[in-house]
Design a protein around this ligand. Structure first.
Ligand code: GSH
Length: 210
């Protein structure tokens, strides 16, 4: 799919789609926003359910390619814009860890933290996709201890996902801001894309309140 095809981001301010927005900014990708007012329930109305039957953001439409799920969107967009230099190519030794940390987020980290937030009882370790919460968090902390970024010295698209997520998770007190996480969150929040997204979201949120 050529990069020249228009990209529409289905977005609601200060949600998981803010991470997809940050990635578009990091990639210097041309895009437009289709804003959804969640408080008004627009994400549960037929026009958006035709885009994502789950009624969830983010989703992107690139030409006629529809992608939902923040992790799939991250991997997809990183591959569409290789010239941004945020995506280890197939054949690059970092490609494996890059995919690992994308998938680890969706398959292990977020489920573990949502279970924690919901105060769900831990299931049998061998049956849980993430084993234990403690082991899941330790795995990430140990990785970031070898930072500064998820892949070591190289900032990559996967840091947009982790930086965004660890910002809100430490903000809500769900993840303890131990030194490797605290410094990673600070490094991420110093990036211009974070400021750009904050400004866009602020405007959208205000417009949706009025
Ligand atoms: N599995 C989805 C989850 C996305 C998600 O839960 N998005 C929230 C916003 S943070 C949402 O759209 N919630 C609206 C709802 O379910 O009513 C992903 O990773 O992209």
């Amino acid at each position: 799919m050529p990069t020249t095809q228009p990209i529409t981001l289905f977005h609601s301010p200060r949600t998981r789609s803010s991470g997809a927005l940050a990635l578009l900014e990091e990639l210097h990708a041309p895009y437009s926003i289709h804003a959804l007012n969640m408080k008004a329930g627009e994400h549960r109305e037929p026009p958006y359910l035709a885009v994502n039957p789950m009624g969830k953001v983010p989703a992107i439409l690139h030409g006629d390619v529809l992608v939902t799920e923040q992790v799939a969107i991250g991997i997809y967009l990183g591959d569409v814009f290789p010239e941004a230099g945020l995506t280890p190519a197939i054949g690059d030794a970092l490609r494996g860890p890059y995919l690992r940390w994308y998938v680890f987020y969706a398959a292990c980290f977020e489920p573990a933290l949502v279970d924690k937030a919901m105060k769900r009882e831990q299931g049998m370790v061998a049956m849980m996709p993430y084993g234990t919460l403690d082991c899941t968090i330790k795995t990430v902390v140990d990785q970031l201890d070898n930072g500064p970024w998820m892949l070591g010295d190289k900032f990559s698209a996967v840091d947009v996902l982790w930086g965004t997520a660890l910002t809100w998770m430490t903000g809500f007190g769900l993840v303890e801001a131990v030194p490797p996480i605290k410094s990673y969150v600070e490094r991420w929040n110093a990036r211009p894309s974070v400021q750009a997204v904050a400004e866009i979201d602020e405007k959208l949120a205000k417009a949706q309140e009025s």
